[in-house]
Design a protein around this ligand. Sequence first.
Ligand code: FES
Ligand code: FE
Length: 456
Amino acid sequence: EAAPQLVDGTFVRDLIDLDAREVSLRVHHDREIFDIEMERIFAKSWLPLAHESEIPNPGDFVRRNAGQDSCLVVRREDGSIAVLLNACSHRGMTLCREEKGNSQTFKCPYHGWAFGKDGRFLGAPFEKQMYGDELRRAADDLHLVVAKTAMLGGMIFANWDQDAEDFEAYLGDFAWYLRAALERTNRGFEVIGPPQRQIMRANWKLLAEQLADGYHARALHQSAGDMGTLGHDAHDPASWGMVGINVSTPGGHTMRCIDTRLAYSFAGIGDTASVAERLAAVPPPGANADMVKQFSNNLSDGQMRLLADTPPLVMGLFPGTDFFMLMSVGGSDDGSHGPVMVARAWTPRSPELFEMLTWTLVERDAPPELREQTRLTTLRNFGISGFIEQDDAEAWQGIQKAVQGPVARRMTAKYQAKLGVTRPEGFEGGGDVYAGFSRDDAQWAWWKRYAQVMGA
Ligand code: FES
Ligand code: FE
């Protein structure tokens, strides 16, 4: 593919200065850039749509957006999942307008063509009178468009591009970390209720690139910290998630893992404790001491060490998914800390608008009290009513507002704080690993991937 060029002759890739590590703020505003992103990124990427626990029975479906396109995520008769374009093959009418439901077939409201749970064309009203035998002969061309699908931790991903790299290749080295976080127990996660849905008045990249930004915590989230959200020592940058291990991969996936050494000292655990003892004393968010015993059935020693010493706080998949796992207040009256367990997916609507879906994750084996604490703590920290996320949303929308003007749009965003690859000895995870005080490395890796896709 040729490098995309804007009407004024600018190459999109030239808006990103790979040597100086700066990005023109124009990327958050320009309509042409947005259109290229939709073609080059969202129509070709693996996008998260639903959690399989939302559609447990054959015929269950939810309506979601995969990039700019509406689709139906359907449980088929054999238990597998189909992702169907929600546009009738006759003349393109929106096939289904329900948010969710259970249906054996999908019938178009316009002329009544009907399709099966796997997207197959089943028939049309007055078929003989209208078409004779012609329609039957052409039936193979009349099925709904079907996306490629894949699953991770119960989350369903889809890709419209039939030639796209397969899901494992897309995850690359990131799979090791994601599986440690999302497939650690025997029965895995389910979601509580339907996802929250909200519209943000900001460019989608402001969320996506922020996932690797540890630097903002102490300033932007100061008020949340003052409310007691932090677990241990509210003056220590480790408590703020600013110290630990950051990871990026060439695919643009990024992650911040927080250092739990402080938690050990508060739990009275010494240096000589085994990984199992460390996990039992300070289970990673969302788990309890019982569930921790299942980890060794599903994870390698290196993955167990990751969850014990530097559990993933936020994992971002390029371009439109993240998972947050942390401890905060809000889920119980006594002010104790509970798990915030979030999966989010975002869909760009315009350069200035994106839609975000937020699911609450809970281990299927969680006892009722832990489930309720997870639900409340997550609701009060993330999503529409979440006081942590509202801080972040303020930054996304604040930047968007500032770049409305032609002068501000000529400025650049700067990412020069460099740590370099510093892989701790014996650390098994792949990708580029940066251990220490969180700097701009992983965030810049996100932009490098963006530049590559937009200019390749
Ligand atoms: Fe769907 Fe005609 S557009 S049946
Ligand atoms: Fe934040």
